[in-house]
Design a protein around this ligand. Sequence first.
Ligand code: TYC
Length: 114
Amino acid sequence: MPLQPLMMSDQSDDDDGDLSVALKTRPKTKRPPLYKVLLLNDDYTPMEFVVHVLERFFGMSHAQAFEIMLTVHKKGVAVVGVFSHEIAETKVGQVMDFARRHQHPLQCTMEKED
Ligand code: TYC
């Protein structure tokens, strides 16, 4: 039976993608963008419903949720959280579904953070 060559050291036959080069250059890995989830005011959705949405889907305390709801009510819009694209989409979907199921016109959207 033929003999196999014996590896004596960690040289060039590995699959580490040439670690030394990777460390000397700066890998251009960009962090994925974040997305703001926005809640919009309207004239019909009850305040208590909005407070409940903020508690249920954004993990806010009752006091926090009430404060943010009032900000939206007064200013027209507020950021209610910042998430990855996938999580932001999920939150928007959950809020829009929940509002529609309760026949409230509450609107929730997302936008890329600068
Ligand atoms: N403006 C609504 C009212 O007076 C309350 C409200 C607050 C609705 C926040 C939507 O995102 C909202 N009943």
